[in-house]
Design a protein around this ligand. Structure first.
Ligand SMILES: Cc1cc2nc3c(=O)[nH]c(=O)nc-3n(C[C@H](O)[C@H](O)[C@H](O)COP(=O)(O)O)c2cc1C
Length: 331
């Protein structure tokens, strides 16, 4: 059975983590992933002005699973108060991403550790991995540009390997462009101790995305995404070092490269995005997906996704290795 160091560290059976997607997770999805033996993770974004407070979200997950789960924060949007409130929700794992360059990571991580949580921090560049390791992270997620949502510009293959070398012996989780067991097996070969998946879990039965968005992921051939700041110009947020990887749909084609006009029409576009999501209209909303959408063909229960990825990886790690290496010749 496939086991790595993070399984023991995070109290999980399988080295698979749900990306803490602020706009695409809910307690049901997080609990389904945890119940399947992986790590469910729920994104609270800034943690400010939440319709449901972090503590209530964590209680809802606890009502659905007895297994470990995480809460995720976007640090550049968070403040002292919202970090304290999210940590106080007492999730077994506190996961973080996208800090500002001058943010005191050590203080944030120490606060999470004081609550008894494990700290999992995501990076999109090697210098950020050094920074997180020095600040005391327990696990580093190396997220490549292939991924959905906000990503950096370097690919998963070189980034994971570079981060593994940079922060050894800290465990590293690979993210970005991974949707199946071959991706998990490849990540383990790079020296990672598991994978974190976003887009694959967006296309599950428990996902909060409307049916039209989930179907669009299944319909995508993986070539129809691009990096843009358009949604952030509309939303009025400046991500430190990130672009959004989104589906190249009608509204994106219409406004892409016209950020000046977008600033003028922010309110109107914001409404168009919101209404499209409510209707499940994948042509007029912001559909953040990774290139691995080309590997996803159907909407399934999250538990089936976890089980299949692990089974495929186990089979590949044994069968494929024997196939390519053969029987070592006796000397
Ligand atoms: C819709 C969406 C929202 C996301 N929001 C967050 C977030 O709030 N915090 C975070 O750490 N990562 C976030 N991510 C990134 C994921 O955690 C993960 O790194 C990424 O999806 C991995 O690439 P993949 O989509 O190819 O699996 C988001 C991704 C998507 C698709």
């Amino acid at each position: 059975m496939l086991k790595t160091r993070v399984c023991e560290l995070l109290g999980i059976e399988h080295p698979v983590i749900l990306g803490g997607m602020a706009s695409a997770t809910n307690p049901e999805l997080a609990a389904a992933v945890s119940n399947a033996g992986a790590l469910g993770n729920l994104g609270v974004g800034s943690g400010r002005n939440l319709p449901t407070p972090a503590a209530a979200l964590a209680d809802r997950i606890r009502a659905l699973t007895h297994r470990p789960f995480g809460l995720n924060m976007l640090l550049f949007l968070a403040d002292d108060e919202s970090i304290a409130a999210t940590v106080a929700a007492n999730a077994p794992v506190f996961s973080t991403a996208w800090p500002l360059p001058d943010q005191d990571l050590k203080a944030v991580f120490a606060r999470a550790h004081a609550s008894g949580a494990r700290l999992v921090h995501m990076v999109a560049a090697v210098d950020e991995a050094y920074r997180a390791a020095e600040a005391g992270a327990d696990v580093i997620v190396a997220q490549g540009t292939e991924g959905g949502g906000h990503v950096g510009v370097i690919g998963t293959l070189p980034l994971v390997r570079m981060v593994v070398r940079a922060v050894a012996p800290l465990p590293v989780i690979a993210a970005g462009g991974i949707a199946d067991g071959a991706g998990l097996a490849a990540a383990l070969m790079l020296g990672a101790d598991g994978v974190l998946l976003g887009t694959r879990f967006e296309a599950t039965l428990e996902s909060p995305l409307p049916a039209g968005y989930r179907q669009a992921i299944c319909d995508s051939n993986g070539h129809d995404t691009f990096l843009t700041e358009l949604p952030d110009v509309v939303g009025g947020t400046t991500w430190p070092g990130a672009y959004a990887r989104v589906r190249r749909n009608r509204v994106m084609q219409e406004w892409r490269g016209r950020e000046g006009d977008v600033r003028v029409h922010r309110a109107e576009l914001g409404r168009r995005f919101t209404e499209a999501r409510e209707r499940g209209d994948a042509e007029n909303g912001v559909l953040m997906i990774g290139q691995d959408a080309g590997l996803i063909d159907r909407v399934e229960p999250a538990a089936d996704v976890v089980r299949r990825i692990v089974r495929e990886a186990e089979e590949l790690l044994v069968g494929r290795a024997a196939e390519v290496v053969g029987t070592p010749s006796a000397v």
